[in-house]
Design a binder for this molecule. Structure first.
Ligand SMILES: [Mn+2]
Length: 473
């Protein structure tokens, strides 16, 4: 039995179907959740002695599904996508191109298939209770259960499932809940995952203490956040050794007492400087550690691990991310670290570009055209970060354009929680405005994207401006 009984039957059916295959094509999404999904599924297939090949797709559209159908594979395992494209997949199945096994957590399209493992089919929330990696984990557990020759029960793979869920931003008030929590419990039993209450700042494993405080969190503490000297001064006032042999210590290097001292002082400082208490409390929360990784490695912390994976995905090096998930701690890990550094540099250069060139104002939105100055794959993140800088109105949605290729422009839009509270739905804005100019788009209320024909940018701004005006009334 797996950790999520409601999905046992589906997981078992999928596992049995895979065991009938001579070989399997495993297709997965390129992001932290998709990479961990593929690593979990690939390891489980390997342990069940099922030959397979792994391919990654940025998005699973008709063309990509057709290219999968054109391969010799008769069994295709889709992880972290597939449900939403069920209509197209079902057509290929009916034509006899392949049979699909799907482990996904996205909204299923209006069609059915026999081997379909998806939390939404059993009234389990696919956004906050089970990720693609979680669904793949249930499949891996079922594969071990239904195959007596598999030497383990695959519970060790819970560590990657936790990284996938955290990377998919499934936490609710900082914690994994529901089916995700059941997977954490199995990982803890297997000795690969540890849940702990700790500082929630990003970089507890790897950053020197002042950097940790300076850059760590969405909770801004005046005089410490984005203030190097302030962060150093704050630490120096505490009775804690901040260096060993001349180098800054990291959070993981502190003793439990020292951690307590810094945490209390940090909370106190936040409150003194006017951070609302419910916000200050977010500085401490649940963190997930991977006990199989060494202390001080970013892979030890689920959040840092997923950030590293996202960096490999963003620069289309899914091969590197997968290799790290599968245990490569040499070349692939170095490569992944390098990609993350490059990513951070690109973000800060992108932000500088926006800050130099400024934004233009429409009536209800603000926008900038990055042209080729900012990569289309990161322009959305840069737009979101820009909402906090000088010269950019933090209370107005921001739209960013970046050149995709000769014919197409990528559009990204970002809002704030407050704007969404007032009625902003950027998903609707991006869909409607992009279609009006001959493109297409979608996303979430707070962050959305689109692709439009080159040259239609100003027409797009007019359309989006009107729509946002209507939403914010
Ligand atoms: Mn996912």
């Amino acid at each position: 039995m797996g950790p999520v009984p409601a999905l046992d039957e589906r997981a078992t059916a999928c596992a049995r179907r895979l065991q009938e295959a001579d070989r399997v094509l495993l297709a997965s999404h390129i992001d932290a959740d998709g990479l961990t999904s593929a690593a979990i599924a690939s390891t489980a297939l390997e342990r069940a002695s099922l030959p397979h090949e792994v391919v990654f797709k940025k998005q699973l559209d008709e063309t990509e599904i057709a290219s999968i159908a054109a391969t010799e594979y008769e069994t295709v395992l889709f992880t972290d996508f597939g449900s939403g494209q069920l209509d197209v997949i079902a057509e290929h199945e009916q034509a006899g191109a392949f049979e699909a096994v799907i482990a996904d957590h996205h909204q299923p399209a209006d069609a059915t298939t026999e081997y379909h493992l998806n939390p939404l089919l059993e009234d389990i929330d696919g956004a906050s209770e089970l990720s693609g990696a979680g669904a793949s984990y249930l499949l891996a557990r079922a594969l071990a259960d239904t195959d007596e020759s598999t030497p383990t029960d695959n519970r060790d793979l819970a560590a990657l499932a936790v990284v996938g869920a955290v990377g998919d931003m499934q936490t609710v008030e900082g914690e994994l809940v529901g089916a995700n929590e059941a997977i954490v419990a199995e990982g803890a039993e297997a000795g690969v995952v540890e849940e702990a209450t700790d500082l929630t700042l990003y970089g507890t494993q790897t950053r020197p203490l002042p950097k940790l405080l300076e850059y760590g969190n969405d909770v801004r503490i005046p005089g410490i956040s984005n203030d190097e000297q302030g962060a150093v001064a704050f630490l120096q006032e505490l009775d804690v050794d901040l260096r060993t042999e001349g180098t800054w210590r990291r959070w993981v290097d502190l003793t439990a007492d020292e951690k307590q001292t810094v945490t209390s002082a940090l909370l106190q400082r936040a409150l003194e400087r006017g951070v609302p208490s419910e916000k200050a409390q977010r500085l401490v929360g649940t963190t997930y550690r991977l006990l199989g990784e060494s202390e001080g490695s970013e892979l030890r912390d689920a959040s840092e691990f997923s950030t590293l994976l996202n960096a490999t995905a963003r620069y289309e090096r899914a091969d590197v991310g997968l290799a790290v998930c599968l245990g490569d701690r040499d070349e692939a890990l170095d490569r992944a670290r390098h990609l993350l550094e490059t990513h951070r540099r690109n973000l800060s250069e992108g932000l500088e570009t926006v800050s130099e060139q400024g934004v233009e104002e429409a009536e209800h939105v603000q926008y900038f055209d990055a042209g080729e100055e900012i990569r289309e794959t990161i322009v959305g993140i840069v737009a979101g970060m820009a909402l906090g800088i000088d010269g950019v109105d933090p209370n107005r949605p921001i739209i960013a354009f970046a050149r995709k290729n000769e014919e197409e422009t990528k559009v990204s839009a970002r809002g704030t929680g407050r704007l969404v509270g007032r009625g902003l739905d950027l998903s609707a804005v991006m869909t409607t405005a992009s279609r009006a100019v001959g493109g297409d788009g979608g996303g979430h209320d707070i962050a959305a994207g689109a692709t439009v024909p080159a040259g239609t940018e100003s027409e797009f701004v007019d359309e989006a401006d009107t729509l946002v005006g209507e939403q914010l009334g």
